[in-house]
Design a protein around this ligand. Sequence first.
Ligand code: URA
Length: 207
Amino acid sequence: MNNVFPSPHPLMATKLTILRNVETEPKKFREVVREIAVMLAYEATQDLATRPTTVQTPLAVTDGTELMERIGLVPILRSGLGMVEGVWELMPSAEVWHIGLYRDERTLKPVSYYNRLPVEPTVSVCLILDPMLATGGSAVATVDILKKWGVRKIKFLGLIAAPEGIQALHDAHPDVPIHIGHIDERLNEHGYILPGLGDAGDRQFGT
Ligand code: URA
């Protein structure tokens, strides 16, 4: 799969170790989620289109660069929320569009319960923010929603993935790059990633 980018950075590995540690408290956990999200966003946005501009320094007018693309941050509720703030600081003009999905207990398929996207797309590139790519169901459903909305350039950013989730997202949407902190071993019988870090929502929000 040439569209999957696990981070090779040693700081990613040390930060994920903090998140995996069962002793890490929610405050520290949120801090590190935020830091990792910034690192992933920095990596994932290397190909953003820019145009030349000029800028007045205190000494002279010189060449500058400005972004051409309108960026949408799309956190999947609720655990994606903790990834928004850091990425938003990096690109403050981004719009934030929340998507809420739950898993139907009978069909095991994701069902959308929150989506306030306007009829016409207002952004040209979307970064989906979801800490855990487990079965891939929510990620696939979110890409479906965004493509239907009319966005063609979509990237997935997550902290930890299971191979099953990577496969599912890649099979459904091979054009969507997957930027991930680490690919773990597998899913357990309850759909949790092993070794993982537990429930990313509970660990952030202290629930
Ligand atoms: N969601 C989580 O929060 N953790 C997992 O391991 C899988 C899905």
